[in-house]
Design a protein around this ligand. Structure first.
Ligand SMILES: [Zn+2]
Length: 193
């Protein structure tokens, strides 16, 4: 564990004990959001610049008018985790899914043909998502774990039919085999249960 300011960098094996030490959140948590950062991508990760990347993301988010870095957590290609925004604070992750959400940003561009997710990051995403679900008493489903792509960016509502609405590809068209609800249910959900 290493802290600079509010940012706390955890080894993957430190996450569960960190989570257990947290007091009850002041808001109800009903879902975990999964994102990719797109930029920074893997090419921007140098192996030791976790803090610099999070500080840069925070500067970019401040410029967009956010109060601080948007996400509660960031994962890296080496499997490390940065605690970014307090879990008590509503993230600025998915319009329409923030109030009761925890936002995880995964450094990389996981659109098809772009970054190939490392085994370390794949495993930390699964571990963290499972730990957060258990911590908040949630059962893994396409309601308790959500992708940014499933929400209309303008309406701030979940799309009913894949391919409709104004959506981002986030967390990437190749994130755990695809970014649709069907992809999630086929590929990621079985790994969370
Ligand atoms: Zn996103």
């Amino acid at each position: 564990m290493k802290a600079i300011g509010k940012f706390i960098l955890l080894e993957p094996e430190e996450f569960d004990s960190w989570l257990k030490l947290q007091r009850k959140t002041s808001r109800a948590i009903k879902l975990v959001q999964l994102h990719h950062t797109y930029i920074p991508a893997y090419s921007h990760f140098k192996g030791d610049n976790h803090f610099a990347l999070c500080e840069a993301m925070e500067r970019a988010h401040l410029e967009r008018g956010f109060a601080e870095i948007a996400q509660n957590f960031t994962t890296f290609p080496d499997g490390k985790i940065m605690v970014c925004r307090s879990m008590d604070t509503i993230p600025a992750g998915v319009k329409g899914a923030n109030t009761n959400g925890i936002c995880i940003e995964n450094v990389g561009n996981f659109d098809r043909g772009k970054d190939v997710m490392t085994e370390a990051q794949r495993s930390v995403i699964l571990m963290m998502t499972k730990s957060l679900l258990a911590h908040f008493g949630l059962v893994a489903s396409d309601q308790s774990v959500i992708y940014h792509h499933w929400y209309d960016l303008n309406a701030g509502k979940r799309i009913k039919v894949e391919g409709t609405g104004v959506t981002k590809s986030c967390p990437g068209t190749n994130f755990f085999g695809g970014n649709t609800v069907a992809d999630f249910n086929a590929h990621l959900l079985p790994l969370l249960t």
